[in-house]
Design a protein around this ligand. Structure first.
Ligand SMILES: Cc1cc2nc3c(=O)[nH]c(=O)nc-3n(C[C@H](O)[C@H](O)[C@H](O)COP(=O)(O)OP(=O)(O)OC[C@H]3O[C@@H](n4cnc5c(N)ncnc54)[C@H](O)[C@@H]3O)c2cc1C
Length: 95
């Protein structure tokens, strides 16, 4: 953020869509400021043992680089071993 308090893009809320938007904008070289604690709704309001209804093909990177599948591959995890995806794993991916 510039010293005068201005930013090119202000993203209000750091949920999946906010973070995804911010990542996309930053990749385009846009100065971006995100308000809020990353994934706080997911961390604080969802059951800790919840399983996602979305599969591993669901991800937060419009450039399709940092996908959930890429995250699992990096860790040597077979997607079929984490289906459905536990929320704890999804939060690790988001982090
Ligand atoms: C129990 C449950 C299970 C779900 N499972 C799935 C699933 O498996 N797959 C799926 O696709 N979707 C699922 N969803 C839907 C899921 O909530 C959305 O897909 C996703 O969280 C939407 O992302 P978002 O970034 O729009 O909103 P949110 O995740 O709600 O994030 C918005 C964030 O903005 C913050 N915020 C709001 N106002 C402000 C402010 N003024 N200043 C700063 N921060 C602010 C909030 O605190 C929050 O952290 C589920 C929802 C619930 C309730």
């Amino acid at each position: 953020m510039a010293e005068n308090g201005h930013t090119q893009l202000l993203v209000i809320g750091a949920g999946p869509y906010g973070l995804s938007t911010a990542a996309c904008a930053q990749r385009q070289g846009m100065e971006t400021l995100v308000l809020g604690h990353p994934m706080s709704f997911w961390r604080e309001n969802m059951p800790q043992k919840m399983m996602l209804r979305s599969g591993p093909d669901w991800h937060m990177d419009v450039a399709r680089e940092h996908t959930m599948m890429a995250f699992l591959a990096e860790r040597g995890v077979d997607p079929s071993d984490v289906s459905p995806i536990p929320i704890s794993l999804f939060l690790e991916y988001a982090d």
